[in-house]
Design a protein around this ligand. Sequence first.
Ligand code: DX5
Ligand code: ZN
Length: 229
Amino acid sequence: MEDKGVLVAPSVLSADFTRLGQELDDIATADYVHYDVMDGHFVPNLSFGPGILRAVKGATQVPVDVHLMVSNPDEVVPQYLDAGADMVSFHLEATAHANRVVQAIHAAGAKAAVAICPATPVCMLEDLLDDVDMVLLMSVNPGFGGQSFIPGTLRKLRQLQGLLAAHGVAPLLEVDGGISAMNAAQVVEAGADVLVAGSAVFGKEDRTAAVEAIRSEGLRGLARRRTQA
Ligand code: DX5
Ligand code: ZN
């Protein structure tokens, strides 16, 4: 299967909001800015909405990957597309009309991704795999930064790779939650292309170095994956 290198997506949920512009400058070498939207309903926490996304888009050249942890993605997706989202991830658990949400995102010229929580099996994704640009596997229960990586995610990554091979498609695989330079290699070795990291970037004094440390560990994992292929 085609591999796409290792992409790093710092989650600004863990940034210092009083100096968000500087924080964005410090992660200018990242591949995506990961923007976590929490509605206090799908998840027990609130974060930020389309207004702050517009400000983020005005302050960085890095494409923004919007992760919607909301119970009504069908209704709110247009606001995030209007605000400039480059990629939108919505939760499969939150909508009965996932295919329609993907179509709405693509119609606006953005990339579409479907996300699943740790307890949702990857087989639930099967009929969307031909249509999405990325699959987001949550490796913590969504709602908060700074949680521990759930190890069963590695098995799900391997299962998902099998499903993708069977369908002959290769969307990006993003893993979100509890990622750091300590586990980036094994997560990429198991199949991840995009690593989201919040506290492991913004909890460090030097954010730029933290991004590069995660990327270089990820590349070590990619080298191991290539030798197995
Ligand atoms: C969790 C969010 C994550 C979170 C990651 O609900 O979707 O993107 O910000 O934070 P860390 O990397 O600290 O687990
Ligand atoms: Zn996220």
